[in-house]
Design a protein around this ligand. Structure first.
Ligand code: LMR
Length: 338
């Protein structure tokens, strides 16, 4: 008796998988149960963003029990700075929360937040973000496929170097600084006569330790959780700018979600935002104390005259970017200072 030649089992499985791939809808439309929501970010868990993303997971999975599963990937584990936006647009991740400095390839408007000494404190930043012009910025990148769901706070930036003296702008002349991928920040360090270098967050510790760069700017929370204070000599309390986040999603994926899921995720986001923002101040305050107690880097307090000197040195940046950002937006932001 002759029998049909048998198709090797592996080939059979592969061709079925191939057929399924051809028939499959794009990732953001495909009905999965539960819907997997991947949230990737670059900082440690014990930070405002780390805790905010975990709170979002807890709330979303409670509100949408059985319907969604939220997977949080901290510390650039899934995607770092260089890849996360691209991955979001490709549908490989669904939520990311880059610092506001990292959007300048998508919109010039959000560069507003990088203007040095624009906001007096986080209360002013919060006030502006809640205003109509601030809320409009969340939707300013939809034509590029990115939809902002919320702002999350981290805090004000401090400046650190591997030098003993760090009081006035002349103390950083000629030094190399790691910066986030922002043209405004690049101009800021050039205005100081320093050499800025754009670099992903995950690479900063090593670059500071090995002397590839001499310094950096960041919040107390990021400095402490990344141990930058262990490889820097002085941290000047400049408060010269802000590091806050925009939680963004892929607009197409978001619009393709079932309405009840989108509603539940929006509610979870609103509650997680309030939670993250409430704890951001405490994180920065506590981490500053821990840095002082560790006694590795010295914290340099600045006088009013010192701060005025930094402000004056960084002033040219405003003129350079006013056209791109828009004077109306700058004025709206300035109104948020008391
Ligand atoms: C940085 O790259 O320095 C920070 O923006 C990282 C972060 O997400 O807080």
């Amino acid at each position: 008796m002759t029998s049909m030649p048998s198709i090797p089992r592996r080939r059979c499985v592969m061709s079925l998988a191939g057929a399924a791939a051809v028939l499959a809808a794009p990732a953001w439309v495909k009905a999965q149960t539960p819907i997997v929501v991947k949230f990737s970010h670059v900082v440690a868990e014990k930070t405002p963003k780390g805790q905010g993303s975990l709170k979002f997971k807890e709330l979303a999975e409670k509100k949408l029990a059985g319907k969604v599963q939220v997977q949080v990937f901290p510390s650039s584990q899934l995607f770092g700075d260089a890849k996360e936006m691209e991955a979001l647009l490709l549908g490989d991740v669904h939520l990311i929360a880059p610092s506001l400095s990292k959007f300048d390839r998508y919109t010039k408007k959000v560069q507003l937040f990088d203007l040095p000494f624009l906001f007096d404190d986080i209360a002013a930043v919060d006030h502006f973000q809640s205003s109509a012009p601030g809320q409009d910025l969340l939707k300013s990148m939809t034509s590029r496929g990115l939809l902002g769901l919320a702002y999350w706070h981290n805090g004000m930036k401090q400046l650190s170097t591997n030098r003993d003296k760090l009081e006035r702008p002349e103390d950083v002349k000629g030094l190399k600084f790691r910066i986030q991928a922002s043209d405004v920040l690049e101009a800021q360090f050039r205005a100081l006569g320093a050499n800025p270098q754009k670099m992903a967050f995950a690479e900063v510790y090593q670059a500071l330790q090995s002397g590839v760069v001499d310094g950096q700017e960041n919040t107390w929370s990021n400095i402490y959780s990344q141990k930058f204070h262990e490889v820097q000599k002085t941290i000047a309390e400049t408060n010269h700018g802000v590091i806050d986040y925009m939680v963004v999603t892929n607009a197409k994926w978001w619009d393709g979600l079932p309405a009840d899921v989108r509603k539940g995720l929006s509610e979870a986001m609103a509650e997680a935002t309030a939670y993250a923002n409430k704890m951001a101040g405490d994180f920065n305050e506590d981490d500053k104390k821990k840095i002082e107690a560790a006694g590795k880097a010295r914290v340099q307090k600045l006088t009013k005259a010192d701060v005025a000197a930094w402000r004056k040195a960084m002033e040219p940046v405003w003129k350079k970017f006013e056209g791109d950002i828009g004077r109306d937006l700058i004025d709206a932001a300035l109104k948020s200072n008391k």
